[in-house]
Design a binder for this molecule. Structure first.
Ligand code: FAD
Length: 453
């Protein structure tokens, strides 16, 4: 049997595509993991903003099939607020409107990067060096460095740059100059448009998987793994526990949590997993008794005067997510995993920042407010990760454990990737269990395969 740990999108997609018997264990009492929504005082909030961007046609078609007729396409309205000015995202090709000396710094810095002989760039640059080499000193100083230090909570020379190429568009000189002059002739970035469910929040996506994944065991937490004997101990309820024997285990939980639960792995593997770093996020959902506090979809905040790095406005892309006459917001603040602020403190900081940015007025009445702490939010791409991760994943696979998903692969990836990884792994496991190679397939599993997307 295959045991799947976690019913987030990676676990759900694995189960939905498996044509072999499996059991899926989920610690919480509902599926979806980070991709979930909840109701509060007439508002529907996502855990934090979750918008669908696709790079893989196959996964886009899969999601569109699951949510047939229930998705809406939006042209992104995302901005950066700095120097008391809104400029369009991405910053590097949209400096028009900023103070002239800022625009000049950005242009001169970018032009200087073009004059550098290509051989001069470091082979494996830090994130900071990548920014300076590719975007220049001005764009670094006025946006990229302060924004990313706020998000990642570490100096950027501690981070590697192997993950940035698809997320951070590298413009050519014409685009940078057009952007400084306010000339727009194309869309930029990995997400110029996005999809979002018309109703019900992002929850619609994991829910659409459920008819294909009927047997999830909720309230079932993996607590111990004997990787030699392939036995997983799960806690059920207050005092109950059970041992599941498995042939393969698919884990979608954060790698450090998984390795901590393995009773028989070598010390160096344990230490390598403990050394993986991440940042946490206070995800703050707000409902305010004023219509359309802005018409933007989301805004990035690079400056230290604002404690959050991003705020989004869900009712601007799905008006049914709150009562009429109101607006809803999600606001995200990165923090060290060791820090734990009281919710009231977080709310006070958020409110102050929103007022300073002119999004809230002092008179605005908050009708809903909720703070949740996402312990594992953004994994840090540091040198330890680059060295240690391949060996950790390889050793786990040798022990029959496939670790996938955003925190199972310890990477900066999206809902699309979690779904794609689950599908790909299930297909691999199906091939390994093919009757031509390993005997007859159970009738129940074959039936489930027919129902899969
Ligand atoms: C702030 C933020 C904003 C984001 N915005 C977007 C966005 O706009 N668009 C986008 O595409 N992606 C976004 N993402 C990424 C997206 O949330 C993830 O890529 C995706 O949801 C990951 O799914 P997963 O299944 O890999 O992990 P998870 O969703 O973390 O699922 C893991 C599951 O395992 C369960 N679990 C944990 N421990 C145990 C245990 N011991 N035993 C049993 N079960 C356990 C958890 O309860 C959970 O259900 C965002 C992420 C963050 C942090």
């Amino acid at each position: 049997m295959i045991v799947i740990v976690g019913a987030g999108l990676a676990g759900l997609s694995t189960a939905a595509h498996l044509a072999r018997p499996y059991r899926i264990c989920e610690r919480d009492h509902e599926a979806g993991g980070l991709c979930r929504s909840y109701e509060m005082k007439g508002f529907t909030f996502d855990m934090t903003g979750h918008l669908l961007h696709f790079r893989q046609a196959e996964i886009k078609a899969l999601v569109e099939g699951l949510l047939e007729g229930r998705l809406e396409r939006h042209v992104r309205r995302s901005f950066i607020y700095s120097h008391r000015t809104y400029t369009e995202y991405p910053f590097q090709v949209n400096t028009y409107g900023l103070p002239p000396e800022v625009v000049r710094d950005c242009l001169l810095g970018f032009i200087a990067t073009l004059a550098k002989p290509s051989g001069e760039a470091a082979k494996e640059p830090s994130f900071k060096a990548w920014i300076l080499d590719n975007l220049g000193e001005g764009i670094a100083r006025h946006f990229m460095v302060p924004f990313n230090e706020k998000l990642w909570q570490v100096p950027l020379d501690e981070l590697t740059s192997d993950w940035v190429s698809w997320l951070i568009p590298k413009p050519d000189i014409k685009d940078v100059i057009n952007g400084a002059l306010g000339i727009k002739d194309k869309a930029f970035g990995y997400n110029p448009t996005f999809l979002y469910p018309k109703r019900g929040g992002i929850d619609a996506l994991p829910k659409a998987f459920l008819p294909r994944v009927p047997d999830i065991q909720y309230g079932t937490e993996l607590v111990e793994l004997d990787t030699q004997r392939r036995r997983a101990t799960v806690r059920t309820g207050q005092n109950g526990s059970r041992v599941l024997e498995y042939e393969k285990l698919v884990s979608t939980i954060p790698i450090p949590e998984l390795v901590k639960r393995c009773t028989d792995v070598p010390r160096d593997l344990r230490e390598a997993a403990e050394g993986l770093r991440c940042v946490s996020v206070y995800s703050v959902n707000l409902g305010v008794a004023r219509e359309r506090v802005t018409d933007m979809h989301w805004i990035y905040f690079p400056e230290p005067d604002y404690p959050f790095y991003r705020a989004g406005f869900p009712m601007n892309f799905s008006p049914g997510l709150g009562p009429s006459g109101c607006s809803s917001l999600y606001v995200e603040i990165s923090h060290q995993p060791t820090e734990a602020l009281a919710s009231d403190d977080v709310l006070k900081r958020v409110r102050g920042g929103l007022e300073r940015a002119g999004i809230f007025t002092a008179k605005d009445e908050l009708v809903a407010a909720d703070v949740r702490d996402i312990r594992y939010a953004y994994v840090l791409f540091d040198r330890h990760r680059a060295r240690a991760l391949p060996a950790i994943l390889q050793e786990l696979e040798r022990r029959g454990i496939h670790s996938i998903g955003r925190y199972g692969r310890w990477e900066h990836t999206s809902m699309e990737d979690a779904i794609g990884q689950g599908k790909q792994l299930a297909e691999q496991l199906n091939r390994q269990g093919d009757p031509a190679q390993s005997g007859p397939r159970p009738a129940a599993a074959a039936g489930r395969a027919g129902a899969n997307p």
